[in-house]
Design a binder for this molecule. Structure first.
Ligand SMILES: [Zn+2]
Ligand SMILES: [Zn+2]
Length: 443
């Protein structure tokens, strides 16, 4: 046994004599030193391990509900750490457990899916699957949650409750979070935290806000049908191009004339397909787009008005219109609304881990996140994790084929996840009463 092994043995014996938490008087920072979590996460045993996981997942991107190899890798890593889990949940999802198996339960979420696009970044660990890419950072999210799991497992005896690790499929518009909630695996969970990497927030910084953070979103597609014919004799046709053009103009009036100017909304028509010749009026035109809002009420209202405007305006031009909201394929995602009570908690924990000057406020953004489905079921809080290091390079937007992860951000995400969950259990474990025998099936 060399010197370092003797040192390790000393710490193992020493740790055996540390008090085990049983009440709030024993919840001092000494045993859950969250201000040291970042150093723990930067230790090569955690950092290199996370980088390796992230690169493996990056090389094998998998789309919504097809994250089979990603899920297998996650389970192998949980096995390696001795962390029990449930699988499959929501097709490919994995739910891991660290702690006592008793309340309080606090959840941490990572999404696992990639996008249907070709990676254009040339590097050693480029996607090996043509036409698929981790261009939103979900590979990094999985690695960071596993990093947090590794830290928390090392402190498991100090946790006065249970951390629930949620590895979720299908964030990119296919409602994976909803399926996880519907599976009932979060029923006893008191709060859930999530993060998303961000390309233009500085490395080491985080940003979020109380209340609405990401927009709710929906998609629509309409087929506007008329009667095709010769372009030179329009009186014998019913022109769907003109009808669709007026539909699009009228759709733009919904937000400008009907919505409260203080209630931010977007309607964008991003698709217009019709006709193929200079002198032929086509039979039909297909248009499609997306809409974004910050409340469930506005989401419903806008959805209903989009349908009315398309069918009504098409009728003005003697056309028929069928409207589909593609909810099966693309999902209707509610707005992501951060729990007000968890905002102060997040700021204090992130301040302890990173320094108070690294915790920023931000304005809501029109992108959407299916973390919203968790927040409909239980108190939830999501924040952005900075990756930008301008002295190295400027990073591209998510969903760009040039999107890159700054892997130096991984320890920050892992440390924050671990700290948010660990301190939550310490601070809230006396507020939740334990019901004998009720929680055995959690593990
Ligand atoms: Zn995305
Ligand atoms: Zn994403």
């Amino acid at each position: 046994m060399d010197f370092f092994k003797w040192v390790n043995l000393f710490f193992i014996i020493f740790n055996c004599f540390l008090p085990i938490f049983s009440n709030s008087s024993s919840t001092s920072n000494d045993n859950l030193p969250i201000n040291k979590f970042l150093d723990l996460a930067k230790n090569p045993q955690v950092f290199d391990w996370m980088v390796d996981i992230r690169r493996k997942i990056h090389e094998k991107p998998e789309l919504a509900y097809e994250e089979f190899e990603t899920s297998e890798l996650i389970r192998a890593k949980l096995d390696e750490l001795g962390i029990p889990y449930k699988h499959p949940v929501a097709v490919t999802g994995v739910i891991g457990y660290i702690g006592t198996g008793l309340p309080p339960f606090v959840a941490l979420r990572a999404d696992m899916d990639a996008l249907l696009m070709q990676e254009l970044v040339e590097w050693e660990h480029k996607s090996k699957v043509p036409g698929k890419m981790h261009a939103c950072g979900h590979d990094a999210h999985v690695a960071m949650l596993l990093g947090a799991a590794k830290i928390l497992k090392g402190l498991e005896k100090e946790l006065p409750g249970t951390v629930v690790l949620v590895f979720q499929p299908a964030e990119e518009g296919a409602g994976g979070a909803k399926k996880v909630v519907d599976a009932g695996v979060l029923e006893n969970v008191s709060a859930i935290f999530g993060l998303h990497v961000n390309h233009n927030l500085r490395l080491g910084e985080v940003a979020s806000r109380s209340g609405p953070l990401f927009a709710g979103s929906g998609f629509f597609e309409a087929i506007i049908s008329g009667k095709g014919g010769h372009a030179a004799i329009p009186q014998h046709s019913i022109d769907p191009i003109l009808a669709a053009s007026n539909v699009i103009v009228s759709l733009q009036h919904i937000v400008s004339r009907e919505a409260d100017p203080l209630d931010s909304q977007v309607v964008t028509v991003a698709k217009f397909q019709g006709g193929g010749a200079f002198n032929v009026i086509p039979d039909s035109v297909t248009i499609g787009g997306t809409f974004r809002v910050f409340s469930d009420k506005s989401l419903k209202q806008l959805r209903s008005r989009i349908e009315q405007v398309i069918t009504g305006q098409a009728a003005v031009h003697r056309c028929n219109a069928t409207v589909s909201f593609l909810e099966e394929e693309m999902g209707l995602s509610p707005p992501t609304i951060n729990n007000g009570g968890l905002h102060g908690y997040f700021q204090s924990i992130a301040g302890s881990v990173l320094g108070v000057d690294k915790v920023k406020d931000m304005q809501p953004v029109m992108g959407s996140e299916d973390f919203a489905f968790y927040q409909q079921a239980l108190p939830g809080y999501i924040f952005l994790l900075g990756m930008e290091n301008p002295s190295v390079e400027r990073l591209h937007l998510p969903h760009s084929p040039y999107f890159k992860i700054n892997e130096d951000a991984l320890p920050y995400g892992a440390a924050l996840h671990a700290a948010l969950a660990a301190r939550y259990l310490v601070e809230f474990h006396q507020e939740v009463s334990v019901v004998e025998g009720k929680y055995h099936d959690e593990l």
